[in-house]
Ligand binder design. Structure first.
Ligand SMILES: Nc1ncnc2c1ncn2[C@@H]1O[C@H](COP(=O)(O)OP(=O)(O)OP(=O)(O)O)[C@@H](O)[C@H]1O
Ligand SMILES: [Mg+2]
Length: 594
């Protein structure tokens, strides 16, 4: 085996593998360069999700011709003036991005210093392909065409232009949020998608996330040990089915750091269902020597000197803010404000506010959720029931009939049903169990070829991001099989004509947002059947009785009986058990009787 030094173009291609994974990562590097150059305005143009063209133009400091040549060489950077790799304040510091991108595309770099003429350099897959004068305003313009066209190994991993576009949009949003003092525009396939004027951070965040945060968000500002955390987080009731709206920044650098994501999750523990996610834009500012940004090829992860202190600040700060606001969600929901992502908790509260009309014993189907009412044809107000204490005991006087899951004796923490079976004690996770039942019902209905749909009296218009609409539109046929009739309604909205009867009409917008997110996650080559199952699972989750809902004994028993006759009801749609049994023998062991 002989060792040799690699030629520079190969070194660049190898680096490109780490730095430029897809169009969005090239775009991110180019925008970061523009911001590092002191730009006040950044204009991004994309074609075909960046696969055909990525162009970033800025009004920053610009470069002279000889600086441009250097910029395209590996390890050439203007950003570490005192070689202070431990005190990095710029986005870039390695001098790798431009040569890496240039080695896997056709790259045109144009730049002009103030008071000088512009210059242009073209690189074709790592080789010089010409240079000359260029006409442009002061600043820099970088054009990247045919990214990975000649790198089949990479090309293979690229997704559709739509998917790549949505990753690019995300990259722009993250950087635009990091630097609200800079104006941004984004054009895709010749159409203007985003126009963001320089603004204060909260305004920028609201523009990018949602103005709903004005009503459903909590402002954060706390300090500890020289670290400061600012930003906005959503009330627990204002949540999403996917963690895709969590924007985290460390010293203004967008990061996808596991420690921070975990801390955010930790702050909401017990406040939000396990499969729901808060919305957040959080800015952490720490002294430069507390954090190392040079630990990840795409610079999206960081390492803290004292991770425990960071976690403490985030969990403590957010928890405090959430506790302070804990009365607010309920109070606000009294107004029944239309929300973009209605959470089930909200939905439960609304249910609990209505008195129940029907006097007779409620069966599970007619009382627990509107979702079921649609199927069983029960009138709206009959399904509503009064609030009750969070846990009750039923006297165990009657003999225990031999149901495998036993007879309900009470509810614990408004989340678990405790039942007595002939051979032991059964504990049921009510949300997980119910979600499964709804899913299985939908499946059965689908297999029978007749999914009950409920037409909306007034078709509902749901505003979404354009890529989300694209995805839903593409899946419209499959969704129709599930009883969800949707149509495109302009570039950024969908029209909903009918919903699965099993779901009810209460949260159409939330359902669509979750489905759009779900479809990206499933991007891969799943069979239609599997996809339908996933979609059904998402719909089922929306229609399910939540943890935190107080159930009557009749409702609990109805749930148990239905579980007994439903296939696969022993585990929830996420693979966790829906019930556990403690046999008499095990109970005796616990008490040392055996
Ligand atoms: N838009 C721009 N305006 C002005 N100068 C730029 C611009 N883009 C790049 N440069 C110059 O080119 C150099 C190389 O850019 P490149 O992105 O390759 O490396 P970097 O930003 O220094 O580090 P990193 O690889 O971490 O991004 C920069 O240090 C900067 O001096
Ligand atoms: Mg750079």
């Amino acid at each position: 085996m002989s060792i040799r030094r690699l030629p520079p173009d190969l070194i660049n291609r190898i680096a490109a593998g780490e730095v430029v994974e897809r169009p969005a990562s090239a775009l991110k590097e180019l925008i970061e360069n523009a911001l590092d150059a002191g730009a006040n305005q950044v204009a991004v143009r994309l074609y075909a999700g960046g696969l055909e063209l990525i162009e970033v133009a800025d009004d920053g400091c610009g470069m002279a011709a000889e600086e441009m040549r250097l910029a395209l060489e590996r390890h050439a950077t203007s950003k570490l003036p005192e070689d202070a790799i431990d005190r990095i304040t710029s986005f870039g510091f390695r001098g790798e991005a431009l040569p890496s991108i240039a080695s896997v595309s056709r790259l045109t770099l144009e730049s002009r210093l103030r008071g000088a003429d512009g210059w242009r350099i073209e690189i074709d897959h790592g080789s010089a392909a010409g240079e000359g004068p260029a006409a442009l305003p002061p600043g820099t313009r970088v054009k990247v065409e045919g990214l990975f066209d000649k790198v089949p190994a990479r090309r293979k991993f690229l997704r559709s232009p739509r998917a790549e576009y949505s990753a690019c949009l995300d990259a722009v949003k993250r950087l635009a949020m990091a630097r609200s003092d800079v104006g941004f525009t984004l054009d895709h396939d010749g159409r203007r998608i985003l126009t963001l004027a320089a603004a204060e951070p909260p305004v920028r965040v609201a523009e990018i996330l949602t103005h709903e945060l004005d009503r459903h968000g909590i402002g954060i500002d706390c300090t500890r040990d020289g670290m400061r955390l600012t930003g906005v987080i959503s009330l627990p009731t204002f949540n999403r089915g996917m963690a895709d709206q969590q924007y985290l920044f460390v010293n203004s650098r967008p990061v996808k750091d596991r420690l921070l994501v975990g801390a955010l999750r930790g702050a909401y523990r017990d406040l939000i269902a396990r499969d729901r996610h808060p919305i957040a834009a959080l800015f952490l500012d720490v002294p430069l020597d507390e954090v190392d940004v040079n630990v990840h090829p795409a610079k999206t992860e960081v390492r803290f000197r004292d991770p425990g202190a960071v976690r403490g600040l985030i969990v403590g700060g957010l928890r405090h803010a959430l506790d302070e606001e804990s009365g607010r969600s309920a109070a606000r929901e009294q107004a029944a404000a239309p929300v973009m992502w209605t959470s089930s908790a909200t939905f439960d509260e609304q249910l609990n506010r209505h008195p129940r009309e029907s006097g007779g014993p409620a069966s599970f189907q007619d009382s627990v959720i509107p979702a079921f009412a649609g199927m069983t044809g029960v009138a709206e107000d009959q399904r509503l029931f009064e609030p009750a204490p969070a846990a009750r005991a039923e006297p165990a006087v009657e003999p225990v009939p031999s149901f495998p899951l036993g007879v309900a004796r009470g509810q614990v923490a408004a989340t678990y049903i405790v039942a007595e079976a002939e051979d032991g004690l059964v504990i049921v996770d009510q949300h997980a169990a119910h979600e499964r039942l709804v899913l299985e019902r939908m499946r059965a209905a689908r297999e029978g070829g007749a999914v009950a749909r409920q037409a909306l009296l007034m078709p509902e218009v749901v505003e979404l991001e354009e890529p989300e609409c694209d995805r839903l539109e593409a899946a419209a046929g499959e969704l129709a099989e599930m009883g969800l009739d949707i149509e495109r309604f302009g570039p950024t909205a969908m029209l909903v004509r009918a919903v699965p009867a099993a779901l009810g009409t209460s949260d159409v917008a939330g359902l669509l947002a979750d489905l759009a997110a779900e479809i990206v996650e499933l991007g891969g080559p799943l069979t239609l059947r599997d996809k339908l199952d996933h979609v059904a699972a998402t719909i089922a989750c929306h229609g399910s009785v939540r943890a935190g809902r107080v159930l009557s004994v009749a409702e609990m028993n109805a749930l148990l009986r239905e579980m007994e006759v439903t296939p696969r009801s022993g585990q929830c749609n996420h693979g966790r058990p829906t019930w556990v049994k403690l046999g008499h023998g095990e109970i005796e062991k616990l008490f040392g009787r055996k």
